[in-house]
Design a binder for this molecule. Structure first.
Ligand SMILES: Nc1ncnc2c1ncn2[C@@H]1O[C@H](COP(=O)(O)OP(=O)(O)OP(=O)(O)O)[C@@H](O)[C@H]1O
Length: 227
């Protein structure tokens, strides 16, 4: 099958102007293809989070071009970007950012309500399906603060999947977990790759995690040095 690009970064440069003019990303170029599970590694401060912030369309102040799903994203309006994020990108962070006042089920379906394509009833059904993948269906009515760290992260991944995103992006999704939970969450990513062919771009410090991905993009001092 022909490779299909879900994301293309072309010559991305990023400058911070304070406290002094610094270039933190230098001609960063790569492609993520459909179904690929890709990790981004590199020493602390090499620019991984800055890059992810740009690729996730949250930071629009950069040079170069970002193409998502064959659409040139660079220069698009904030409204357009917000809709695109909701529709095409799922996020998993180091800290889960679940809302404690809502149930697990509601947390998973909220990005679906925001997108507004399905009714609440349809979304409840879909959210339960996603929770089932991670064996979390029996916790649907609990609040996030009644869950363990690993369980919260599983819910956060279910939430990232609710709109069937083209691409999942993660910044250190196992960074805050102990070895046992980190292994469980890593297993989930592997399952998403193997069974659902989910395209994923994950920043990690964990060499074992990186070794288990299809491809590793290695960064040093703002540049991609291997991919
Ligand atoms: N808002 C900002 N203003 C100025 N400099 C910044 C800003 N954000 C990040 N930097 C600098 O940009 C560089 C890259 O930071 P970034 O957070 O992307 O690195 P990282 O590879 O994700 O690091 P870590 O692995 O520690 O999370 C660092 O030198 C950092 O100090």
């Amino acid at each position: 099958m022909e490779k299909q690009a879900v994301l293309e970064a072309k010559n991305i440069d990023k400058f911070f102007h304070v406290p002094k003019e610094t270039q933190v990303l230098k001609e960063v170029s790569f492609t993520i293809n459909r179904g690929e599970f890709v990790s981004v590694v590199g020493k602390s401060g090499c620019g991984k989070s800055t890059l992810l912030y740009i690729l996730s369309t949250m930071d629009t102040d950069y040079k170069g071009e970002l193409i998502i799903d064959h659409e040139l994203i660079t220069g698009k309006s904030a409204n357009h970007l917000s809709r695109l994020r909701n529709e095409k990108i799922g996020f998993v962070f180091q800290f889960h950012y679940l809302l404690n006042e809502f149930s697990t089920l509601d947390n998973v379906l909220i990005p679906g309500l925001k997108l507004g394509k399905l009714t609440r009833e349809e979304l409840e059904h879909k959210a339960m399906e996603k929770l089932k993948i991670f064996d979390m269906q029996d916790h649907a009515l609990k609040k996030p603060n009644q869950l363990s760290g690993g369980q919260k992260q599983r819910v956060a991944i279910a939430r990232a999947l609710i709109n069937d995103p083209l691409l999942i992006m993660g910044d250190e999704p196992t960074g805050n977990l102990d070895k046992k939970n980190s292994d469980i969450v890593f297993g989930i990513f592997q399952e998403l790759a193997a069974e659902f062919h989910q395209s994923m771009l994950i920043v990690t410090h964990d060499p074992e995690f990186a070794a288990g991905t299809d491809r590793t993009i290695e960064m040093e001092d703002g540049r991609v040095i291997r991919q």
